[in-house]
Design a protein around this ligand. Sequence first.
Ligand code: PAF
Length: 289
Amino acid sequence: MPGERRMKIVHTVTELRAALAGCQKPAFVPTMGNLHDGHLALVRQAKPLGDVAVASIFVNRLQFLPHEDFDSYPRTLDADCAQLQAAGCDVVFAPSEQDLYPEPQSYKLQPPPALADLLEGHFRPGFFVGVSTAVMKLFNCVFAGAPQGGVAVFGKKDYQQLMVLRGMVRQFALPIDIVAADISRAGDGLALSSRNAYLSTGERLEAVQLSRELRSMSALLQAGEHNIAAIEARAVQTLTARGWQPDYLTVRRRADLLPPMPADLHPGHLVLLGAARLGKTRLIDNLEW
Ligand code: PAF
């Protein structure tokens, strides 16, 4: 259609750098594809923050454990690109594994165990090494030629990922502002996630209980309950009784994701985080308090 904005889809680092030549300040949204409204909200949030909106689509083998869903993770490039075009994305970087990892990625980025071995890192060992290594590489691909640095937008649903990547940018002095986007939720409160597509109809109805349990934990804190172990145990028991297999439902400090001290039990300092398996699907969610 005449006048329609054309989004570029590129697959190699060389093509990406050519597409971004002359760009002053990219605004970047890294994804693993199979996009939903939450991803598109990140793109819309990123768009005014730079002169070119870039999204990447790359299912990053390095952040999956051998028994996890790397092979079955949905690859839906055409549908993803149509949605990105509608959301205002200018450039999509969709490398193959060979494009991004032309040789085995034997240099890896090791985030601090004090943060990266907790919670998600405990249940998915090596996850944050894989995430950090891929994101550092994607940042180098997207921002290397940008004279004004850039902006990268990440969703708060992956709360610990956001913290790990903020630390990476700070400690390596990368000229990138990390922007945190609020969690996008379905009408019933379920946090949007690509993995929600794995849920059966019955599981989809039940899945909202994870966010409800986090809200119940928040209500107990609000009511002045200071026994954190009791709050956590009650939440784990409730979900277990409903047929879930919880990895954790926990109250942590926003600053470092460690268990709170009595002096931390004030609104604005805490985050409630949950990860639990419903059937074969592992869901995560969180709620700042
Ligand atoms: O959040 C994700 O989708 C992935 O962890 C990311 C940041 C794209 C790295 O592979």
